[in-house]
Design a protein around this ligand. Sequence first.
Ligand code: C2E
Ligand code: CA
Ligand code: CA
Length: 508
Amino acid sequence: MALNWLNQPRIRICLSLLAFIVVAALGILAISWQTAQGLRRDAGASLQQSVRLVDMTLDNAARATAAVENLIGTPCTQDTIQALRWQVASVPNVRTVNLYRQNTIYCASLFGERTDDISTDKYVGGKLMLMSGNAVTPNHPLIAYRHDVNGSGVLVGVDGYFLHNILELLSTHAYLILQVGNQWMDNKGKIHTSDSWPEGERMVLTSEHYPYEMRLVIRKSDHWRYIFDYATVSLILFPLVSIFIAFMTYAQLGRVGNPTSALKEALEKKQFIPYLQPVVDGTNHQITGAEVLMRWQHPQSGLIPPYQFIPLAEESGLIVPMTRLIMAQVRDQFGPLAAQLPKNFHFGFNICASHFKDLTLAEDCKAFINAFKENPINLVLELTERELIEPGEITHSLFNALRRMGVLIAMDDFGTGHSSLAYLQKFHIDILKIDQSFIGRIGTDALAGHIVDNVIDLAKRLQMIIVAEGIETQTQVDYLAPYRLEFLQGYFFGKPVAPVEFIEKWLE
Ligand code: C2E
Ligand code: CA
Ligand code: CA
């Protein structure tokens, strides 16, 4: 067949590997696309959440400044200090509250009255400054919040601890930082001034209320972590699926273009069906039996005749299960109609030589006969003269078993092979089926007529039941009439048809 090259081992391995690679690549692509989407979605959500939380933290600072706004410019009395301290004690996240004028702190919640310069130009938008520490706690980061009213105002120190917490909590999927001006806090709470961000995909969200932005970097390692956390099943499944598909490809390719496997598949799907051709009485032309002929009901090619597949079926040994399949079908379809069959009706099956080495044949014949107990039939096994059976232990006992059951043996295509009288006797042949090639010659020329006469004469002398096959014309019927042959078969009486049609046409 044209596709035979596909089932060469090397091609099969290469194509299977290719299938593995394609499926695995598609799998990796699908997983990474899906996780990238998921990661971006989750990271975006973290980013929004972080802005919300930082805004809330700064809202507290704004609240503290609003509460002491009326003290701006007033002297740093004990009451003022008390009021400042009250904010530190009562407002969350606020660590210090200081009053300043002309860029100098003059009243602090912690130290009371003091003077300390502030560099206003460092405040981003005049409002926020990230600091790695202050005079009290040099290594503890904080964010300074400034509320200015004409050069005087309130300075609130917001504890960096809260901000650090937010960053750390929301950094599960990616690297999150808080950027204020050119300074930024990483998720460990460390303040940086450089631009040395980690490599990766970046996302930025600016606060609508305060001059800062949250930035997020999705690093390669974040992708992998995300895949392991959220796509574990796919990660295990895809390689397995790829391996499975590679194996399937290998197996399927073994079948492509391999006609035996096509037969095997057809057998599994029970695509082999029986057709039946009537056999009539030689004298009154009434139906007396049927020959079962196999057909392949192919889903695409339609009905395939036996010469296209029987030789291969015999060669591969599949003919045995195929024959068993059609025997069972005829048994199941006609068994229930036993009463409708004419008396001594016979069913003929074509059996190949190798089948006569298989002991299941006897069992199948028994089951077949038993299905017609109501109105016993004759079961005929036809073996072709072109393919002689070799005598042997099993064959011998099989033939004996068949005889005991009453199974009749027919020599098919008689006249085309080389069976001897000894051979016919050894296998207890009951019926001779004169090959249709001889019948087809009737009336063509004198020599042909002579050959036909001889074959019939030989058959007669063997004293066996004779069937003439392939009768197509009235001339042939008339020519054979004087010989008084027991049975006739051919298109003249009826073509092989499907069981349903056979029942309609011949049994009702
Ligand atoms: P066969 O056993 O000699 O079967 C008779 C063949 O002649 C059938 O062809 C039948 O349709 C055809 N035939 C019957 N009457 C006439 C006629 O008047 N004129 C002409 N020209 N042909 C006629 P089919 O069904 O195509 O089968 C061909 C061969 O395939 C069979 O020859 C038989 O050797 C084989 N075969 C069919 N079914 C089976 C089977 O189940 N098992 C085995 N082993 N071989 C089978
Ligand atoms: Ca036959
Ligand atoms: Ca024949």
